[in-house]
Design a protein around this ligand. Structure first.
Ligand SMILES: CC(C)(COP(=O)(O)OP(=O)(O)OC[C@H]1O[C@@H](n2cnc3c(N)ncnc32)[C@H](O)[C@@H]1OP(=O)(O)O)[C@@H](O)C(=O)NCCC(=O)NCCS
Length: 155
C-alpha cells in the first residue's frame, strides 16, 4: 500500500534545511537569495504557507506559496533528490493549491529556470502554462519562464 505523505507547516527548525535545499537544488550557480532568515520571514508572514514533508533523514520536500487577494505565487518547491518521481512534489503542490482554491484565488503564478526541464515538465503536468520568457531573469545569468495556472475564470 502506498502511504500518503504527511504534510506539515514548517517550524523554525526547518528554516535552515529549507534554505540549504533551495541553495543546492534551485539556486545553484546563482547568488543565494532564500537564506535561512528569508525562509523564517516567510514562515512569519500571515499570507504565506511554508509546507514540509519530513522523513527519517530530516527534510524530504518543501513548498512555499504566498497568497494574495486573487492570485497566489509559488515561490519555491523542491524534493530531495533521493525521493523524486514518487509523487512527493505533486502532494506538496496539491496541498498548497488546495489552500488557494479554498481562499477563492483565481490563478497561481510561478517562475522557473529555463535550464530546468524537470521543473518545466512537472509544472506542465500539473496544468501550468508558460505565458512569458525572460532572458537573464535570474541575476542576468539564467533565463526564466513565467507560468500560470488558472483555478477559476474571473469573467
Ligand atoms: C520538480 C520537482 C519538485 C518534482 O518533484 P517530484 O516529487 O519528483 O515530482 P512527482 O513525482 O510528483 O512528478 C509528477 C509528474 O511531474 C512530471 N515530472 C516530474 N519530474 C520530472 C522529470 N525529471 N522529468 C520529466 N517529467 C517530470 C512527470 O509527469 C511526473 O509524473 P510521472 O512520474 O508519473 O511521470 C523535483 O524534481 C525537484 O525538487 N527538483 C529540484 C528543485 C526544482 O527544480 N524545483 C522547482 C523549481 S522552484
Amino acid at each position: 500500500m502506498i502511504q500518503e505523505p504527511v504534510i506539515d507547516l514548517a517550524t523554525r527548525d526547518d528554516a535552515a534545511l529549507i534554505a540549504r535545499m533551495s541553495r543546492t537544488e534551485i539556486e545553484y550557480g546563482l547568488p543565494w537569495s532564500w537564506t535561512g532568515s528569508r525562509v523564517a520571514q516567510a514562515m512569519r508572514d500571515p499570507e504565506t504557507n511554508v509546507a514540509v514533508v519530513r522523513d527519517s533523514e530530516a527534510l524530504a520536500a518543501f513548498g512555499i506559496m504566498r497568497y494574495r487577494e486573487t492570485t497566489a505565487h509559488l515561490s519555491l518547491l523542491a524534493v530531495r533528490a533521493s525521493r523524486r518521481r514518487a509523487g512527493l512534489g505533486s502532494a506538496v503542490l496539491f496541498w498548497l493549491e488546495h489552500v488557494a482554491r479554498t481562499a477563492g484565488i483565481a490563478a497561481i503564478r510561478l517562475e522557473a529556470r529555463s535550464d530546468n526541464p524537470a521543473a518545466l515538465a512537472f509544472y506542465e503536468h500539473h496544468g501550468y502554462a508558460t505565458f512569458a520568457r525572460r532572458t537573464g531573469m535570474y541575476f542576468g545569468r539564467v533565463d526564466g519562464h513565467r507560468l500560470e495556472k488558472i483555478l477559476r475564470r474571473t469573467e
